[in-house]
Write a protein that binds this ligand. Structure first.
Ligand code: ACO
Ligand code: KIV
Length: 565
């Protein structure tokens, strides 16, 4: 790289527009959308779509709700030409959809394009030629007057050919290619020359499409260019201003949004941002940005994963896991503090509330996604995420201090194994650590007798991690009596410090989960967990679980590690 890039690169000059109004505008309605997946998207593919892929893409675009679809560049190839013919001849275009075809300002290619769309009910004939100084100089070899003549003469040809195919309901579109790199005054003169030929009216508008063919500047400069153009072109009330951003600087979405604020009525782009180089602007991104501002975008992405599958199949390109709204990881939090906030916000949320969810800009369910992937646990995670997964997947509502205790057990396993742990891994660690696996802790021959003065006697047999014991104790209630007997049998005082319980599931399958915090002798307090159809048994099992952990912690950690190894 150069030490001084200014010797090689020039900054884009700002637009002289001191009374710009777009910064105060608010987007309250969607633009007219035009998909260019089958044209700009297709022309950028390593392997352009075959007929079958094109048709699948077309059908998907219809399902999503596009009413304007650029279906190809028919003069480019026989495949493009034949696809257009197929849609028309097989009557595959819904009446409310306008197909659009692109042609350069070259006579034989325009004629071929008209041949391709013969018999279409409605069609947008899209004409382009480059207008930027570098293109005038090195590609077209014309001056400003020459480029105006190139555009207007081919606009005239288009009008004449359209008049001859009167059975089609025509609309015309013109793109000064590389608009964002063209002097505003030159673009204005070219646009005015084209609309002078086409004579659009408010009832029969034409489309003027203003591409950032290559994105060279910050989006505010493009927005200024749009506002300037809207103010200065002739026949504005008869023109639909269309934005066609690319994404070379990674700001295609912002470019489109600021352009809409500045007066653009329409946006051309592709699903998930396919297109030349870094792509055309991602229409899904803009549409869902509108949606999250409470604006109906008029496009339906309620099964976004299915749309992604079709797009990946047709384009033969993957969608990045971090791609806005659709990537595999975009609704997933790994980091502990994010997980903690999400868990708390879900707990506080009531049906019908406005969506105010930390770290989740949209409800994944609106896009057909589940909440399953919202929280995934790795070494960056904390207690909140682990507790969320146990609650959402297994119905366990761990008390806060147990969350803290258990997250250290999970962290130790992750440190040892260095990988993400799934909800099922976490359950296995939990089951092992708290002696919940079948046969780890059993309780039998439990009897409870009233011995007067509000006291009870409890006798039972238990097996904990293979060790059998019988005990007999008395107390103010069954738990108190059980702990008394357990202390005698274990030869060490056991004290219950904290107790929580909740029911799990409903109906005949309902069970109770009990969590007790116990001090065994002088050791630090530990938690135990018991799950049983009977709440008293669940509590006694939790006491046994805690006592076992308090007296035999090492094997527990080993067990947890083995559980997910
Ligand atoms: C920004 C965009 O995305 S614009 C759309 C671009 N899309 C495509 O190019 C995909 C489809 N294109 C194609 O299949 C081919 O390029 C075709 C069929 C259009 C033309 O093919 P060819 O005639 O072989 O020309 P080629 O592809 O080399 O294009 C360059 C020629 O077009 C000329 N040209 C480009 N635009 C124009 C124009 N608007 N008016 C006149 N000539 C033009 C160039 O000057 C050059 O001419 P030259 O060969 O005399 O130097
Ligand atoms: C033809 C035009 C609209 C184009 O694709 C571009 O400039 O990117």
């Amino acid at each position: 790289m150069l030490k001084n890039p200014a010797t090689k690169y020039r900054p884009v000059a700002p637009v002289r527009l001191t009374d710009r109004t777009w910064p105060d505008a608010q987007l309250t309605k969607p633009p007219v959308w035009c998909s260019s997946d089958l044209r700009d998207g297709n022309q950028a593919l390593i392997e352009p779509m075959d007929a079958e892929r094109k048709l699948r893409m077309f059908e998907t675009l219809i399902r999503v709700g596009f009413k304007e679809i650029e279906i190809g560049f028919p003069s480019a190839s026989q495949t493009d030409f034949d696809f257009v013919r197929k849609l028309i001849e097989d009557n595959l275009i819904p009446d409310d959809v306008q197909i659009q075809v692109l042609t350069p300002a070259r006579e034989h290619l325009i004629r071929r394009t008209f041949e391709a769309v013969a018999g279409a009910k409605k069609c947008i004939m899209h004409l382009y030629n480059a207008t930027a100084p570098i293109m005038r100089k090195v590609v077209l070899g014309v001056d400003v007057e020459g480029v105006i003549e190139l555009a207007s003469s081919h606009a005239r040809l288009i009008k004449e050919l359209a008049d001859k195919q009167a059975g089609t309901d025509w609309r015309f579109e013109y793109s000064p290619e590389m608009f964002s790199d063209t002097e505003l005054e030159v673009s204005r003169r070219v646009i005015d020359a084209v609309t002078e030929v086409w004579q659009p009216t408010p009832e029969r508008t034409c489309i003027i499409n203003l591409p950032t063919t290559v994105e060279h500047s910050t989006p505010n400069i493009y927005a200024d260019m749009i506002e300037w153009t809207c103010r200065n072109i002739a026949r504005r009330d008869s023109i639909v201003i269309s934005a066609h951003p690319h994404n070379d600087r990674g700001t295609g979405t912002a470019t489109a949004e600021l352009a809409m604020m500045a007066g653009a009525d329409r946006v051309e782009g592709c699903l998930f941002g396919n297109g030349e180089r870094t792509g055309n602007v991602d229409i899904v991104n803009i549409a869902l940005n509108l949606y999250t501002q409470g604006v109906d975008p008029g496009l339906d992405f309620s099964d976004i994963d299915e749309i992604r599958r079709v797009v990946e199949y047709c384009n033969q390109l993957p969608v990045h896991p971090r791609h806005p709204y659709v990537g595999d990881l975009v609704f997933t939090s790994f980091s502990g503090s994010h997980q903690d906030a999400i868990k708390k916000a879900f707990a506080a949320r009531r049906e019908g509330d406005v969506w105010e969810m930390p770290y989740l800009p949209i409800d994944p369910k609106d896009l057909g996604r589940s909440y399953e992937a919202i929280i995934r646990v790795n070494s960056q995670s904390g207690k909140g995420g682990i507790a969320y997964l146990l609650e959402s997947e297994y119905g366990l509502e761990l008390p806060r201090r147990l969350q803290i205790e258990f997250s250290q057990v999970v962290q130790a396993v992750m440190d040892a194994q260095g990988r993400e742990v799934t909800a099922s891994d976490i359950w296995k660690i939990f089951e092992s650590e708290y002696r919940l696996a079948e046969g780890s802790v059993t309780l039998s021959d439990l009897t409870q007798t009233d011995i007067g003065d509000g006291r009870v006697r409890v006798a039972a047999e238990a097996a904990v991690m293979g060790r059998r014991m019988a005990f007999d104790g008395a107390g103010n209630g069954p738990v108190d009596a059980f702990v008394d007997g357990l202390s005698r049998a274990a030869g060490v005082p056991v004290k219950v410090l904290n107790y929580h319980e909740h029911s799990m599931g409903g109906g005949a399958q309902a069970r109770a989960a009990a969590y007790v915090e116990v001090r065994v002798g002088d050791a630090a307090p530990v938690f135990g967990v018991g799950i049983d159809a009977n709440i008293v048994r669940a509590t006694l099992l939790a006491v046994l679980s805690a006592t076992s952990r308090g007296t035999n912690p090492v094997s527990a950690e080993q067990g947890a590690a083995q559980a997910v190894a």
